[in-house]
Design a binder for this molecule. Structure first.
Ligand SMILES: C[S@@+](CC[C@H](N)C(=O)[O-])C[C@H]1O[C@@H](n2cnc3c(N)ncnc32)[C@H](O)[C@@H]1O
Length: 306
């Protein structure tokens, strides 16, 4: 479901010679790479440009029926390629236009991060920062954004980082710690929140999990890698059979839908579709993190489709 730079796909192709990978990604740049890989691996890669929410339709056009896929790998979030390219606007440390759309220019009418920070009212901005960044200073940051944009629209990543930094005393700019106790900039959670909102990531993740349930053959496997607690909580609860259809998310298309929260009103009505392959979530070993520091907060959950 998440071709990205193709690292997982190449590993799968090399490990299992008879496998064909249906390689989905919403990012046209990733799909260009998948097209190159398809040539290298003589048609064993089928590139599919689209979102998790497009997947069932894309596969149905290829005459791939529900219940016929052997395995699904979903590696959520954005790729290193997206993070490292300043022009994509995901990076806090590199200056670029405040964009953050994983789809690039595919949907010109979809709001980018600059549209969000320059047009939503203070309360809506604070709700996004709280819901998707778990940012405790959301109101203070939202107020600083609204103040700053009165003077000049916020259009660059570094400009936003400075606005957020300006709402904290200089001594605490790097006082926050990540999971490895490394210093993190105070705007990190703001960037995460905006990225999740712009790309409607949690609703997409939920749709992706439902698509996996429909597409997998009995006994098929689902592996999901997530990078923050909001995603992991959603995956954990979904695999436990909770009905999350009442997720009341604050999505770009459903603004003003009330307070964003993960609510399950049918807690006791569980459907059993999944058998966990491990009792506990799998996290990286120290040597994994040394080799790939960006994977430090990764969590892998794997389950068998019953
Ligand atoms: C963490 S990267 C995947 C990296 C990949 N596993 C690899 O080995 O290079 C996540 C990728 O998923 C894509 N993505 C995220 N959300 C998506 C969605 N809702 N639909 C389709 N692709 C999505 C992103 O564009 C990004 O390329």
């Amino acid at each position: 479901m998440t071709f990205g730079g193709g690292g997982h796909t190449k590993a799968i192709l090399n490990l299992v010679p008879e496998v064909t990978v249906l390689a989905l990604d919403r990012d046209p740049t990733a799909i260009s790479l998948a097209q190159q890989l398809a040539k290298e691996y003589c048609g064993r890669v089928k590139p599919l440009l689209g979102k998790f929410s497009d997947l069932e339709a894309l596969l149905s056009n290829m005459d791939i029926k529900p219940g016929s896929v052997d395995a699904v790998l979903l590696d959520a979030g954005c790729s290193s390629m997206q993070m490292d390219e300043a022009e994509r606007g995901f990076s806090l440390s590199k200056d670029g236009p405040l964009d953050m759309r994983m789809d690039g220019e595919r949907y010109p009418d979809m709001p980018c991060a600059a549209d969000v920070v320059n047009t939503l009212d203070q309360q809506a901005l604070a709700s996004i920062l709280t819901a998707y960044g778990e940012e405790r200073q959301a109101r203070k940051i939202a107020s600083a954004i609204v103040e700053a944009r009165r003077v000049n629209p916020i259009t660059r990543t570094q400009q936003l980082a400075s606005v957020v930094a300006g709402s904290f005393p200089p001594a605490v700019l790097y006082a926050r710690k990540d999971r490895l106790q490394r210093s993190a900039h105070v705007a990190t959670k703001t960037f995460q929140a905006l990225r999740i909102f712009v790309n409607d990531e949690l609703n997409e993740l939920h749709t992706g999990l439902r698509a996996a349930r429909s597409l997998l053959a009995p006994g098929g496997r689902l592996c999901v890698i997530t990078f923050h607690s909001l995603e992991d909580r959603l995956v954990k609860r979904y695999l436990q059979g909770e009905d999350l259809s009442n997720l009341d998310h604050f999505s770009p298309r459903k603004q003003g839908n009330g307070k964003p929260k993960l609510v399950d009103e049918n807690r006791d009505r569980r459907d059993v579709y999944w058998l966990p392959l491990q009792r506990k979530v799998i996290t990286p070993e120290r040597y994994d993190v040394n080799e790939n520091p960006r994977g430090r907060s990764a969590k892998l959950r794997a389950a068998l489709r019953c």
